[in-house]
Write a new protein. Sequence first.
Length: 346
Amino acid sequence: MPSIPSPRGRNTGGLGGLVCLVDVNNFYASCERVFDPGLEGRPVVVLSNNDGCIIARSQEAKDLGIPMGEPVHKVKDFLRRERVHVYSSNYALYGDMSARVVAVLKRFTPYLEVYSIDESFLDLTGFADPAAHGRAVKDAVHRWTGLPVSVGTGATKTLAKIANRTAKKDPGLGGVFVMPSDPADEVTALRSLATSGYVDGLCLAYIRENDQRIDLMESFGLPFIVHGRFFDAPHAYPSLDVDNEAAFYDATRLLLQLGHRRIALINGDENFGFAIRRRDGVARAHARAAEYALRILDEPANQRASRCQSVGGIDQSRDHGCSAFRLVGYGGLRAAALLSGSSRGR
């Protein structure tokens, strides 16, 4: 198989990025059904090498309670009684069917990563309607290979995996689900996940002021943890975070000590607490440097404003959802040093 460009070289997990996971449902059993349509709607299992254990099950077999990895000799009578169709594994067939699925997916995007024999990640960055694109992928794979797939899309591979599982387990979604990125839609998605029984807990990221997702998780009693804390939270909740303000204060102070004066910050949307703390760390370092310079120079008070501008004053401009800080007093010159953190979260 020729090499396929991997989405790792693309912006699949950052600002505006979208990753799609295409997963063939019950792959080995579905492959057997392609060549024996009479198996549709009937329980099917596929056995491991030497027909030792059950390694694949159709949905009907799963519904019968047949466990994955079960030694076949222990359930032989049950399989016979329930009229379960049993197949030896045929890896040559499964490899060929996998290659056919990949060939179909490559028609939709060149940025594709084959994750396993029955799963592939696609980069859908820039597609206006990922749900419609997901349905087109699902229909094309089934039409050209006969295999059913589920399609899940999210901002990262992890979110795409969760979205795929949601698409697979909820019949009402038609096999396609896009993890919402808009805050209002995100609440809807979290409510669906929390009540579905498919997840045991959640981690909430990109915390906002008065974030209603926290109240939602508490109302369902689902274990959760929050990555980050907003200022003056109305009540305690489980969280973990890094000290963004201290990290960017230290980084800015180091650049100033090295002689840099035109320092820019590429930051995230300041609706999020982490972005506000990063900005405050940069501003505090500049202010501290200005105060130190004034103490050394012992300038008259009427000269302090201009000195503060040239040493530590900053202004802010916005572009593409990010904020950039520049020192004032340099006639609009470009920054000589750059600080950057994750700018995710528009």
